[in-house]
Write a protein that binds this ligand. Sequence first.
Ligand code: GTP
Ligand code: MG
Length: 277
Amino acid sequence: MTQSVVVQVGQCGNQVGCRFWDLALREHAHVNKKGLYDEALSSFFRNMILWKVPHATVCAGLILTHLNPQAVLVDMEEGVVNEILQGPLREMFDSTQLLTDVSGSGNNWAVGHMTYGSAYREQIVDKLRKAAEHCDCLQCFFLIHSMGGGTGSGLGTRVLSLLEEEFPEVCRIVTSIYPSAEDDVITSPYNSVLAMRELTEHADCVLPVENQSLVDIVDKIKHMSHGGKPGSAIKRDSTIISGQGGLSGTEKPFDAMNNIVANLLLNITSEVLLKQV
Ligand SMILES: Nc1nc2c(ncn2[C@@H]2O[C@H](COP(=O)(O)OP(=O)(O)OP(=O)(O)O)[C@@H](O)[C@H]2O)c(=O)[nH]1
Ligand SMILES: [Mg+2]
């Protein structure tokens, strides 16, 4: 069975990443009602008790204990990662998977790419290697980041080139969130262009997502679910845009948009996550 590692960089990367983990668990729980740890789940999560038993092999039928997402969380501000550590997913991550600084990249690609990229190079490589070592057969890295923010665009693309350097044979799939025309980050067009060049050089596959399109889709779905269109098939608490019933608790401003991206990622990986069911 192959495994994937998710690398979430910057505010946007981490917020989208969390929606992904939340929805992945809900999706899997929906089809695996007995709560068993199976091979499908092992492609994205480690079952911690199992992994503490020497020579244990992953096999279907084991009870879920403590799940640990195969992820590395990087942000040069602490806020979002701290929020994750105080939220419903807090039990899942451990400190070896996290890398934060305090001041952020100030929406500046160069600060993320050059300053933090150089300062944290060793630590990032170390965390990526640790995540890779936990996998029997590492197939893919999923990088999630924004093109508009300094950390997401700058450090995110630096992480991408480090992945290529360290794991040239492992596939790199990047989910890049592009800014909308009304983006409040004034430098986002510059950051996006600089990051785009790096993507063309170092990514195997890029899934570009435009924030404006997400806003439009959320508006449309909300309109339909509130009876805007007769015969609408979208439920009010549909997981397409809503985190209701999930681990997220109260909805934050970007949640509905991020749920769409998380759904997109789940659809790509569903073959892996649901293979066993
Ligand atoms: N879809 C979506 N877009 C986001 C989210 N958070 C921020 N953005 C967008 O991402 C861009 C800003 O990037 P951030 O990810 O906030 O910045 P960062 O990577 O943390 O970088 P610095 O704050 O400069 O260190 C803007 O275009 C925002 O609209 C999110 O959770 N979802
Ligand atoms: Mg930030």
